[in-house]
Design a protein around this ligand. Structure first.
Ligand code: AP5
Length: 216
């Protein structure tokens, strides 16, 4: 199975991608996590990406397409994948279509997680992330069992550099401008499915499985 997850920053794409990945035993590939790792490692891609990410803007298409094409060549992606955060622009979507077309392995579905701007901001401003396993927590809706430590590996939870209210507003505006056109792009190809993601986490998971029921 090959899925793309779309939705505003904070819509819950990463959270739900992890759940679907465990259920189907296919990798969830988060371009945001890959970029943050590159920034942390100080690689050339990381150094270039950081300036865009800290401003809440998109990293150039050429960098992203190259990164994802390479990742899709890895053995664990041959049995399927969930792309969380890619494509984010129409040129990226066209490049993905072309790359998958070469392998004769088209996408099965594109799942769009719908929330309001207000909920997106509350979710991001309250989010904490484990630097080791990348699991996310929320101070109000999904707190860790013990204060500021990951439930799984005990690492100290962190805030991301792009989570202040001003940068989040910029990210929402960039999404509307550059990513919203993807909804029409995938609707035309009859791949788009939509989930109301405003509900509590477990309810959103149920809606996700329901939306994909015929494929799972
Ligand atoms: P990325 O890391 O992909 O950020 P994003 O898409 O903006 O999405 P988020 O990670 O903020 O949110 P999410 O939808 O995954 O929500 P989550 O599950 O964490 O990208 C970061 C940056 O990298 C971009 O701005 C850009 O610069 C660059 N980049 C990445 N890909 C790129 C590309 N293809 N092209 C160009 N640039 C690219 O949930 C959020 C919070 O809410 C968590 O705390 C969670 O616990 C909580 N939560 C989740 N679901 C629920 C629920 N149902 N109820 C209550 N709380 C919930």
């Amino acid at each position: 199975m090959r899925f793309v997850f779309l939705g505003l920053p904070g819509a819950g794409k990463g959270t739900q991608a992890r759940i679907l990945s465990e259920r189907l035993d296919i990798p969830a590939l988060s371009t945001g996590d890959t970029l943050r790792q590159a920034v942390q490692d100080g690689t050339p891609v990381g150094i270039e990406a950081r300036t865009y990410m800290d401003r809440g803007e998109y990293v150039p298409d050429g960098v992203m397409v190259h990164m994802v094409e390479e990742r899709l060549q890895e053995p664990d992606a041959t049995k399927g994948f969930i792309l969380d955060g890619f494509p984010r622009t129409v040129p990226q979507a066209r490049a993905l279509e072309e790359a998958l077309g070469h392998d004769a392995t088209p996408l099965d579905a594109v799942l769009q997680f719908r929330i309001s701007d207000g909920i997106a901001i509350r979710r991001i401003v309250g989010r904490y992330t484990c630097p080791v396993c990348k699991r996310t927590y929320h101070q109000e809706w999904r707190p860790p069992a013990s204060d500021m430590a990951c439930d799984v590996d005990g690492a100290q939870l962190e805030k991301r550099n792009d989570e202040d209210a001003l940068t989040v507003k910029r990210r929402l505006a960039v999404y509307r401008d550059q990513s919203e056109p993807l909804e029409a792009f995938y609707a035309e190809r009859e791949l788009l499915r939509s989930v109301d993601a405003t509900a509590p986490l477990t309810d959103v998971s149920e809606r996700m499985f329901e939306a994909l029921r015929d494929l799972l």
